[in-house]
Design a protein around this ligand. Structure first.
Ligand code: C5P
Length: 445
């Protein structure tokens, strides 16, 4: 787990030295029109593909198109050729199943163990890795029923790729879009070489010592929120979510169950997480406030590693804002354009002043740069006293520091701004230090 996650995924992809037999499942979502691209990419890479589509998928995309790109007939119903017991034959043939798109209904049926059509019957029978690429409207994706279905499927070892955010089928935008076919294919092929859920990735990395967070639940936020300006633009930041994902993995090493509330963390990082991590998507500061407080109701500790936007636009335009070019402009002048902002709630400070569960431990991060008033630590101490979290990990950020796939260095302060520890190294090493300090406090509480 010490290696950068991207390196692990890269190795997984390049380790595929021979063509594979892949079932591409297609469920009933408008994104079904993108399924042929998934099939084509797999075939271009030399893999054999068999398409299994649901009845509703065939209302969005024709069987002839899927048959033409895959080079095989498309299967749909279990009674199309009962004598062939096709769902068993296809499930045994498959070395990998990738469902793109996976509708909310398909996720629910797979979670329930239904086998009422060829696709669900194949999935229920199949022993190969199963990768699901969801596509649905935001409200369906964030519905507790779907959240629970996804968490259970991940616990069982299926890979559920995080959907993208952006323009949906109707007029609105949000999380729920099917990711790009290239990304689906690389995630699916990576699943062939990743250890099964509950396997090596979920084990204690050291294999030694007691697990200090056994039976504990930690909520960890990761990534950076994006505050929409209009359907295409947002205010965002450079947080990658690597530190939050490393914290989740380090907490699992110590036996904890983790809820990771993530904002715009790359799929390869999320898919490399151990199975004990339940991922909840929260794109904006307001979404994150709701998701963190809800998940924290039964948590022993909350670690806010996400970069939460301090401000958001007062209004979000329903359609794309047009560039204002004054009449008679020579296109060389630079008219000023301003966006009115309002302050987002401070989630960390709220967890301290009004904890969702009494006595829970709260840990924050302070990404700082020095300025003419003081250095990084000066600003960190002031923040520790202001936010009053049990622990605040202060780190310097800048062009080459803190963000992305780079080492990290932190000074950990208590609520009075007093230094309790310092450490540097990979994000995983920093994560282990913080999880160890958090475990001290959880076990003393
Ligand atoms: O004030 P600043 O953004 O530097 O504080 C950083 C810490 O506060 C981080 O732990 C971050 O997750 C948290 N935070 C928050 N809600 C905000 C802004 C920051 O929880 N609106």
């Amino acid at each position: 787990m010490d290696e950068p996650y991207t390196a692990v995924c890269q190795r997984a992809v390049t380790a595929l030295e021979r063509p594979r037999r892949v079932v591409v499942g297609v469920a009933g979502s408008i994104a079904a029109y993108k399924a042929p691209f998934v099939v084509r990419l797999l075939r271009q890479a030399g893999h054999e593909v068999k398409v299994v589509a649901t009845e509703s998928a065939l209302r969005f995309i024709g069987a002839p198109a899927l048959a033409a790109v895959s080079g095989r007939t498309v299967s749909t119903g279990v009674f199309d050729d009962p004598a062939a017991v096709e769902h068993v034959a296809v499930a045994e043939w498959a070395e990998l199943v990738v469902v793109a798109p996976a509708s909310a209904d398909l996720l629910a049926r797979v979670r329930a163990g239904r086998a009422d059509d060829m696709l669900t019957a194949t999935i229920l029978t199949c022993q190969a890795p199963i990768v699901l690429a969801p596509a649905m409207h935001t409200q369906m994706w964030v519905n507790p029923a779907t959240r629970e279905n996804v968490a259970v499927l991940r616990e069982r070892g299926l890979t559920v790729i995080e959907p993208d955010s952006g323009r949906l089928t109707g007029k609105d935008s949000g999380v729920g879009r099917m990711p790009d076919p290239e990304l689906i294919v690389s995630q699916a092929l990576a699943a062939l070489t990743q250890p099964a859920a509950g396997g090596a990735a979920a084990q204690d990395a050291s294999g030694e010592g007691d697990k200090r967070l056994e039976g504990r639940h930690l909520v960890i936020s990761a990534g950076g929120t994006r505050e929409p300006i209009d359907p295409v633009r947002y205010l965002g930041n450079r947080s990658s979510g690597r530190q939050g994902c490393a914290l989740a993995a380090a907490a699992v090493e110590q036996g904890a169950r983790v809820t990771l509330v993530q904002a715009h963390v790359a799929c390869d990082l999320l898919n490399a997480l151990p199975a004990q991590v339940t991922v909840v998507a929260a794109g904006t500061a307001s979404d994150m406030l709701r998701a963190v407080r809800e998940s924290a109701r039964n948590a022993d500790a909350v670690i806010m590693a996400a970069a939460v936007a301090d401000y958001r636009p007062v209004t979000v335009a329903a359609s794309k804002l047009k560039k204002q070019v004054p009449a008679g402009s020579d296109h060389l002048s630079e008219p000023v354009m301003s966006i009115e902002l309002t302050t987002n709630p401070d989630i960390l400070a709220g967890l301290v002043s009004d904890p969702p569960r009494p006595g829970q431990i709260v840990v924050g991060f302070a990404a700082e740069t020095g300025d003419e008033n003081g250095d990084v630590l000066f600003h960190g101490r002031a923040k520790a006293r202001r936010k009053r979290a049990h622990l605040l990990a202060v780190n310097a950020v800048g062009e080459e520091l803190g963000f992305g796939d780079v080492p990290n260095a932190v000074v950990v302060l208590d609520a009075h701004g007093t230094e309790v520890a310092r450490g540097q190294g990979s994000k995983m090493e920093v994560a282990r230090l913080l999880i160890s300090l958090t475990a001290d406090l959880v076990n003393a509480a």
